[in-house]
Design a protein around this ligand. Structure first.
Ligand code: NAD
Length: 483
């Protein structure tokens, strides 16, 4: 018995259920986990819980399949990947419905339909981005060309917040460069990744891409396994550090996309009304469960109160409820653990004298893991709501008066994924941006991603780049042919 969705009247989900049931995952029904929706915590389907033995089967299949996949060459792999993107387009609505049911994000806005559509976009972009050999020297002193070759087998381990899309970010460039991929999804969002895999595996040759749906021990086994030349990991900083240790014996190459605590800096010339919507979605996209979301907002004292008022005015009209009900634009948190983290951080800030400008008063007994959009003021940099990653819908807003001082405060954390500067003067905002220690700094927006623009963290947010040409190089090994 394979992964399946329990009875659904929704025709999109029924179609996806058929694709999922057609997959060849061998599972022991007695070990199947229950996946839950976020209202009433009702079961929506069943996913296999696989083991390290299943990982060995996947690795053997990848070893058999990879040489022929690499030998196809870029043009033929791209053609097959474009077919896979079309398959994703055909099943996009079904995948979006599943993500909304399983992970919880709303269908519309920057939600599940965006995520499902993004899978096809990233697959297409990876398929069509040119990567030519680079002639580095060609003169009397010599002739040298830098090429990028397949690594072999890539291990991909992903988190639960954008399950299908993050899985695609790891998969698509790896495929393009001629690698086979063995992937481990997060336990909370296994079906979304299995569904994405079932869709693209209608087109990909057998063994090129296999999902092993186990827990953290399967992730650790991937990381230590000598078959993997590269591990792509997206998740928390503590797990990333453990992966870096585990991968060291085999010197597996690593891309580590880890946690963040992104600061936004609002300069005194910003227009509070004009930036409120961008600030809101920068922070509250996917109910705050986004790696590069705005997690601390520093506002110049002269416009602080106005910015808070505009943010509250915008936020209080954004409907929250089950993601699969069309009217909602904010969904629940994905699991009880994350709900507890957010609630604890807000309660601690309250106890320390913070003001709750909006939200902050959840009904803990209500079904589902709903935490209201919360805006917190009168909070200090020492508050854990500011110094820790909340990964949820609670935004602390802090005052500043001096630019050098606020840049130092923004940089005073050990992570550096994203950041943003908000101003009516883009040129001066860019100057400030250059001083912010993070892999990306946005101007008058936060968290916007583009499949051709490299994305990655610095400091404890990890290393390595995804997307664009840099993302292709990251899942390849360089080879110089000299002479
Ligand atoms: P997590 O680190 O708990 O889990 C991520 C994945 O790692 C899961 O599949 C998990 O089963 C697996 N895993 C657990 N222990 C492992 C081990 N010892 N070895 C190998 N794999 C192991 O993260 P999460 O709670 O699922 O996701 C939330 C975190 O991810 C947040 O910190 C968030 O900021 C971060 N994140 C970062 C990015 C980015 O691009 N930088 C994107 C999304 C999420």
């Amino acid at each position: 018995m394979g992964p399946h969705l329990d009875d659904h009247t929704d025709s999109a989900l029924t179609k996806l259920a058929r694709i999922l049931t057609g997959t060849s995952h061998k599972t022991d029904p007695s070990k199947e986990s229950c996946l839950r929706t976020h209202r009433g915590e009702s079961v929506i389907g069943h996913a296999p819980v696989q083991t390290v033995d299943d990982l060995e089967v996947a690795v053997e299949a990848a070893k058999r399949a990879q040489p022929a996949w690499e030998a196809l060459g870029h043009a033929e792999r791209s053609r097959i990947m474009l077919e896979a993107a079309e398959a994703l387009d055909r099943s996009a609505e079904a995948l979006a419905q599943l993500v909304a049911h399983e992970q919880g994000k709303p269908l519309d806005g920057p939600g599940a339909r965006f995520e499902a559509g993004g899978c096809a976009v990233w697959m297409r972009t990876a398929a069509t981005t040119p990567l030519e050999p680079e002639t580095v020297v060609d003169d009397d002193s010599g002739h040298a060309v830098l090429n990028y070759r397949a690594i072999g087998i890539v291990g991909a381990i992903n988190p639960w917040n954008w399950p299908a899309l993050i899985a695609m970010w790891q998969l698509a460039p790896s495929l393009r460069m001629g690698n086979a991929v063995v992937m481990k999804p997060a336990s909370d969002t296994t079906l979304s990744v299995l569904a994405m895999a079932a869709i693209v595996n209608q087109v990909l040759p057998e063994g090129v891409f296999t999902v092993v749906a186990g827990g953290g021990e399967v992730g650790a086994a991937i990381t230590k396994h000598p078959a993997f030349g590269k591990i792509m990991f997206t998740g928390s900083t503590p797990t990333g550090k453990s992966i870096a240790r585990d991968a060291s014996d085999n010197l597996a190459r690593l891309t580590l996309e880890l946690g963040g605590n992104d600061a936004g800096i609002v300069l005194p010339d910003a227009d509070p009304k004009a930036i409120a919507e961008g600030l809101f979605w920068g922070a509250f996209i996917n109910t705050g469960q986004t790696c590069a979301a705005l997690k601390r907002l520093y506002v110049h004292d002269s416009i602080h109160d106005e910015v808070v008022a505009e943010l509250v005015a915008f936020a209080k009209n954004v409907p929250m409820g089950p993601g699969y009900e069309a009217e909602n634009l904010l969904g629940p948190l994905t699991n009880r653990g994350q709900w507890n983290i957010v609630n604890d951080l807000v309660e601690k800030a309250k106890a320390d004298g913070a003001t709750i400008a909006l939200g902050g008063n959840p009904d803990a007994d209500a079904p589902g893991y709903f935490y209201p959009a919360t805006i917190v003021t009168d909070v200090t940099d020492e508050s854990e709501l500011v110094s820790e990653e909340q990964f949820g819908p609670a935004l602390p807003v802090l005052r500043y008066t001096d630019l050098d001082d606020v840049i130092a405060r923004a940089n005073a954390v050990d992570v550096g994924l994203g950041g943003s500067v908000w101003s009516s003067d883009v040129a001066s905002a860019r100057e400030v941006a250059a001083r912010v220690q993070s892999g990306t700094v946005w101007i008058n927006q936060h968290g916007t991603l583009h499949p051709l623009v490299p994305f990655g963290g610095i400091k404890s947010s990890g290393y390595g780049l995804e997307f664009g040409v840099e993302g292709l190089k990251a899942v390849a090994v360089p080879q110089v042919i000299s002479g």
